[in-house]
Write a protein that binds this ligand. Structure first.
Ligand SMILES: [Zn+2]
Length: 281
């Protein structure tokens, strides 16, 4: 599959941080007591770790099980040619589910803080019309390793359009996102989950190999499940949105997302990174 998934996320070296650290060292050296100091106590064998649980508590959560190592042989194989493959889950026995976030209307800075704290992987399907007023909002989320994928330019019902119309929507979003974020989307989430065979054809012509559906969709405090027993299953793809108080009856995006994680944690699942389970061949 080579570099199909695009360049890796660039890590910015913290030169300024280093300079600050050096300055702090110098200051503490200068403040050393001049009189004979008592012998230094033996360094503790294990350095005190920052309280990981406290980070989760900050968001009203218990720490989640970390995701297992991504499989070396990626279980979902998408063909390189022919109609883009439609899927709503990934074949795996790992107790992982995958979180996808759509549209991009709400741009809550507290959510960026939350993701920085919790490092839960998400895949973002962004609609150009929803994000073009502030493309930069999504950059720190991308810098955490999260991929940005295609969700069309104007969020239409794709099957209402002919092949050319569908291509304009899919390729147009892909081109804008590639220009802004430096990596080309390889997956499409069709708006409203509506697609037809022309969508599969149009997606392929836009360089997209997979059309991503879902098994459960987050509302405000809980999912709407495909499964009548309201269970999650290994490999399920979950849908949520960049939504805020206007769309969530006054609830914030971070509260919605905390409730989403609680539902996953309660069932003993970890959140995996969708792209780690997919290859194109
Ligand atoms: Zn959408």
């Amino acid at each position: 599959m080579g570099d199909f998934w695009g360049r890796s996320v660039r890590v910015v070296a913290g030169a300024a941080v280093l300079a600050l650290a050096l300055a702090a060292c110098q200051r503490s050296a200068a403040e050393k007591p001049k009189a004979a100091a008592p012998p230094a106590p033996a360094a503790p064998a294990v350095q005190q770790k920052p309280d990981a649980a406290a980070v989760w508590r900050k968001w009203g959560l218990k720490p989640m099980v970390p995701a297992p190592a991504p499989p070396a042989d990626k279980p979902l194989k998408l063909p390189k040619k022919g109609p883009a493959k439609v899927f709503e889950s990934v074949p795996t026995k790992d107790r992982v589910v995958f979180v996808t976030l759509d549209d991009g209307q709400e741009k809550d800075l507290r959510f960026v803080e939350m993701m920085n704290d919790l490092k839960v992987p998400v895949t973002m399907f962004l609609t150009k019309d929803d994000v073009q007023d502030d493309y930069g909002y999504f950059t720190p989320l991308q810098a955490l390793g999260n991929r940005i994928q295609d969700h069309t330019v104007t969020h239409p019902v794709l099957p209402a359009l002919d092949l050319e119309g569908q291509k304009q929507e899919i390729c147009g979003d892909r081109d804008a996102l590639t220009e802004q974020y430096g990596t080309a989307p390889t997956l499409l989430r069709p708006p409203f989950g509506r697609w037809n065979s022309l969508t599969q054809e149009a997606a392929r012509e836009c360089g997209i190999s997979g059309i991503v559906m879902w098994r459960a969709s987050m509302q405000i405090h809980d999912f709407q499940y495909d499964d009548p027993k309201k269970e999650l299953h290994p490999g399920d793809i979950l849908l949520a949105h960049f939504r805020g108080p206007e769309q969530l009856k006054g609830e914030t995006m971070t509260r919605m997302f905390a409730d989403l994680l609680k539902q996953i944690e309660k069932r003993g699942f970890a959140v995996g990174r969708l792209e780690d389970y997919i290859s194109v061949q």
